[in-house]
Design a protein around this ligand. Sequence first.
Ligand code: FES
Ligand SMILES: [Fe+2]
Length: 382
Amino acid sequence: MDRQTEIEQIKEIIGLADQKSAFLDDTIAHSPISRYSSPERFERERALIFRRRPVIVAQSSELEVPRAFLTKRFLDLPVLLTRDENGNVRAFLNVCRHRGAKLEREAKGCKRVFTCPYHAWSWTNEGELRAVPQEAQGFPNLPRAERGLRRLPCAEKNGFIWIVADPDLAEMPDIDGWLAGIGAELDWIGLDQHRIAAIEEIDIKANWKLLMEGGMEAYHFRVAHKNTIGPYFPDNLLTYQMFGPHMRAILPRISMPDMRDTPEDNWEIRRDANMVFTLMSNSQLLVQQDHVMWFHFEPITHDLTHVRMATLVPRALPDTEEMQAHWDKNQKITVTALMEDFQLGEEIQSGFASRGNPSHLFGRFEGALHRFNACVEEMLAS
Ligand code: FES
Ligand SMILES: [Fe+2]
């Protein structure tokens, strides 16, 4: 965020606080519940969004050193991520090219060569077929070049590893283009200089969009989070801006309106506000004063989402026991508040069967949810 934008954003929030107004869109909107409750709809999202657009699969520090590897499941794809000697990251299907065994069984480690547990064909971490036992007899004239590991388009950007979960797509789309300007915001945070200090994972019985919507409005803060984080935020005050399908929301803390009495030169948005970056289609970043929380949503079915919740911290800060205790405490506070949202998400999902609501209503100060859903609809239509 450039300095001018930072000042403008703070002024906008102070203005709203002075007028005792929320940040308002023009109209209310309806969101049909089939968006969240229909398995057929989820299948379309899987095919047209999650299998077709860039998604984050890991944070760079999860694959830190040369020869590091990670195995993942993304949707129904078994994925093998590797980092080569030169630091380049690649993504492959974790599937043997002989007869389809799972090539690497470990979740992570360090290897230059991957050997299949079935008949010991092996590949380098660059995906080239390296050895085939008894090749001359069993596989005369084997076209080795055609038996490299199946690659997935992959890129490393802003401290994350992005893939397109489609092995038939030859080229990775330009990530800067995909980020539609929000990449500059991520650069400003210095996300590529962050590492994971704490992480936990959980399955939540709710649609992925319901979970992401929770980070796009502050209408619920004083109610749903009254015993946790609610008192630290002004009631129902959040501004947002779209960057293509992505979003930056600013959540001022109660201290922000008081900034009007201090010189502009001292204004720092990260000191007096949290920001939530929604990166379509599977990550949200809660940017706090000295660290960033990363929420990684891995949709499994229309009503089940695997969520990874991680504290990302600047590498420049000392990695001491004291600092770790600080990060652990922060992780706990955020996860406690987030679980309040997730509980609501599960309850909403379980209520769909009642057919009590044909649609949800988004008020004028919940416009960000409407914009988010409109972006999802657009991706499904295009
Ligand atoms: S299935 Fe992997 S070597 Fe045969
Ligand atoms: Fe919340």
